[in-house]
Design a protein around this ligand. Structure first.
Ligand code: SF4
Length: 226
């Protein structure tokens, strides 16, 4: 499978924020969000072909209890199921970070889903707007992942108007727990991140959701491998 990077850091987003983790980042995505913070896995995919065995060896060498399999879109990669199973056998806590548009049956302790809303659609000049919009909403996949796994939902919010869109989305899935809904500022640099966190925290609390600060941006800025 094609892997963009493997690194040890802390989880920067969601329920496990601050937990030391090894990140395995697959390369390749079926979407093209305009704000993608890992364009080297989507717009311009990079990476090396790796075996499951070599990834298990590299990951376990960190002696870290938490592993995050992210992307790109890791659920596109069939071998990720085998990778997750072997890491689970090695006693690791597995988080899968996905946009929730592709289903893959695999062992996971936390399904961390970031649904992509209309505010993610790229400029039509890129040639990707139509494909992106046709693929980004898969209620069947969301229903399966949130029924069969422990889950959290992370929405990227760029402007205050986006909050009504999140509420509309959640109406479609009445079984989803508002306490597992996180709002993440659309920002990859410290200053815009801080500005958006300032209004997003109150807005999230009023609706029973949570603010999801991006701790890795606060600590490291826009730096690859963190
Ligand atoms: S789904 Fe994630 S990896 Fe894919 S383009 Fe959007 S932000 Fe980037």
């Amino acid at each position: 499978m094609r892997i963009a990077e493997v690194f040890h850091s802390i989880q920067g987003e969601g329920r496990l924020t601050g937990v030391p983790s090894v990140f395995i980042r697959t390369s390749g995505c079926n979407l093209r969000c305009w704000f993608c913070d890992t364009p080297y896995t989507s717009w311009n995919p990079e990476g090396e072909e790796r075996t499951v065995h070599s990834l298990v060896e590299e990951t376990t060498a960190f002696h870290c209890g938490h592993v995050v399999i992210t992307g790109g879109e890791p659920m596109l990669v069939k071998d990720v199921a085998d990778l997750a199973a072997r890491l689970k056998d090695a006693g690791k806590h597995i988080t899968i970070e996905t946009a929730g548009t592709v289903d893959l049956n695999l062992p996971a302790d936390l399904m961390s889903i970031s649904p992509k809303r209309a505010n993610s659609t790229p400029n039509p000049d890129t040639g990707w707007a139509e494909r992106h919009d046709a693929r980004r909403h898969r209620p069947d996949v969301i229903n399966r992942l949130t029924t069969d796994y422990d889950y959290q939902l992370k929405f990227v919010v760029d402007r205050p108007d986006d909050l009504d869109d999140v509420a509309k989305y959640l109406e479609e899935f009445p079984h989803l727990d508002p306490a597992r809904v996180y709002l993440m500022p659309q920002a990859i640099d410290r200053n815009p991140h801080a500005e958006k966190c300032a209004w997003l925290g109150d807005a999230a609390e009023k609706r029973g959701w949570k603010l999801c600060r991006r701790l890795h941006i606060e600590l490291f800025g826009n730096k690859r491998g963190t």
